[in-house]
Design a protein around this ligand. Structure first.
Ligand code: FAD
Length: 440
């Protein structure tokens, strides 16, 4: 099969032992150590079609790889076929029309770089080595989302290869049902070979603000920070982290830093921090700020929650657990609202638009001997706030299976997504994802 397939591809087939095989099967989370039978390195849409047909004929499970950042390693099928899109990473910007055509295997960094050359950008995630593919198909949260909506809200059209190997365009006017499902429904409906994004003239500047509080004194400051976030301008995205006994509260501002500093006097009133960092930066530097701390080669486990409200009681639970729990995970909180909530809920498969904050409890370690205890600790910490959660972000789900999918999509959305799955992938060819199973 390998020889036959190689002969008709523009790209290559890699099998165990080939140069580049180990690199291609290695993903962000070092816990993932699986061996696909074949890795098809696609160079063209035609290759993607060929790969899907070949996998189906040989009854191989398909995994689709873009950035490889799925925390559960959905890109890597054990003994199946990895359809590796990373060689399809081109970004072409049309500055006059303010559009970007982005191939299905591109990284966020490539999109940001190409768009910023013209002072443009669209919403992308916070770490530049994340893939445009997985991030956008699940929603796509970033520092521009409160101004311009999620990444998926900025997609004008998708080029998709379906489970039947058909190449379709999905937009408001072409296959609008598929267009709806691809904006938040994940990799369930096909392999996207091109995203067409709307870009915005954002300039090139940003500001980051971070105030550190010892965790045992952080709860009152957390409340003040939360109150301030409610009326914050859309250019500000409030963020908080808890790590190593320190709660860091602040915000990211995309736009003129002088305007961003106007919030500082209010932030000063939330308490007296142990340290303050107020930093003028560029948008591109902001987009790479967390690349190292969120880098490859670590073992990872996380649990995520959406909260419609960050009540005083919930803040106490977040802080208390971080203070007292053994091996408590790191915590990240990011505000939603603004333009995310402007989009009518029915318009996209993404279904959590009234979210006020997302929380991710994230463990990071290196010793495999710690796997069990680290995972248990992250689960236990996140479980203390289960009853406060309004749902979860599909791209932050881990190993929850269908129970997680039900947290990501309310019942009416899930029913519509299931009908779409029945129409476009009735045999569940694309099942190595946060799966929406077809009816039969
Ligand atoms: P991959 O593992 O390559 O893909 C994940 C799945 O997406 C695949 O299994 C497949 O089902 C699907 N997929 C990917 N590309 C395609 C395609 N072209 N066509 C069809 N299906 C495809 N999310 C945010 O919203 N905002 C953030 O700021 C953010 N930051 C993150 C930072 C880090 C360090 C990490 C690890 C994750 C972050 N995430 C963020 C979550 C991220 O959106 C998900 O992990 C997402 O799945 C990553 O996509 P990927 O393409 O890199 O991953």
């Amino acid at each position: 099969m390998t020889t036959d397939l190689s002969a008709i591809l523009d790209g290559q087939v890699l099998t165990r032992g080939d140069a580049g095989y180990d690199e291609a099967r290695t993903v962000w989370n070092a816990m993932i150590d699986r061996y696909p039978r074949l890795i098809v390195r696609c160079h063209s849409v035609r290759d993607v079609v060929t790969a899907i047909h070949a996998a189906r004929a040989a009854e191989l499970e398909i995994g689709v790889r873009c950035g490889g950042h799925s925390v559960v390693g959905h890109a890597v099928p054990e003994d199946g076929m990895m359809i590796d899109l990373t060689a399809m990473g081109e970004v072409v910007v049309d500055p006059l029309r303010q559009r970007a055509r982005v191939q299905g295997g591109a990284m966020l960094g490539a999109l940001d770089l190409a768009a910023q050359a013209h002072g443009l950008a669209t919403t992308a995630g916070n770490v530049s080595h994340t893939g445009v593919g997985g991030l956008t198909l699940g929603g796509g949260m970033g520092w521009l989302a409160r101004q311009y909506g999620l990444s998926c809200d900025n997609v004008v059209s998708f080029e998709v290869v379906t489970a039947a190997g058909e190449v379709l365009r999905a937009s408001e006017t072409e296959h609008p049902d598929l267009f709806w499902g691809l904006r938040g429904g994940g990799g369930n409906f096909g392999i996207v070979t091109e995203f067409e994004f709307r870009l915005h003239p954002i300039g090139t500047q940003a500001l980051t603000v971070a105030y550190d509080f010892p965790i045992d004194h952080a709860a009152p400051a957390f409340r003040g920070w939360r109150d301030l976030s409610v009326g914050a301008p859309r250019a500000a995205t409030f963020e908080a982290t808890i790590s190593g006994g320190i709660a860091t509260l602040g915000y990211v501002w995309v736009g003129d830093p002088a305007e961003g500093r106007a919030l500082l006097p209010s932030l000063d009133r939330i308490g007296t921090p142990a340290a303050k960092r107020v930093l003028d930066t560029t948008y591109l530097a902001l987009q790479q700020r967390d690349d190292t701390v969120d880098g490859h080669a670590f073992r990872r486990y996380w649990k995520g929650h959406y909260f419609a409200e960050l009540s005083d009681e919930l803040i106490d639970i977040i802080v208390e657990g971080a203070l007292t729990q053994t091996m408590a995970p790191n915590v990240g909180l990011q505000a939603y609202g603004g333009a995310i909530a402007d989009v009518p809920d029915a318009d996209t498969a993404f279904g959590q638009r009234s979210t006020a904050f997302e929380l991710v409890a994230a463990a990071r370690w290196t010793d495999p001997g710690e796997d069990e205890v680290r995972i248990a600790a992250a689960r236990a910490y996140a479980a203390t706030m289960d009853s406060y959660a309004s749902g979860a972000y599909v791209n932050a789900l881990n190993d929850e299976g269908i129970a997680g999918v039900r947290r990501a999509y309310p019942a009416d959305k899930l029913a519509r997504l299931t009908a779409l799955k029945d129409a476009y992938d009735p045999h569940n060819v694309f099942r190595l994802n946060q799966n929406i199973p077809p009816t039969r």
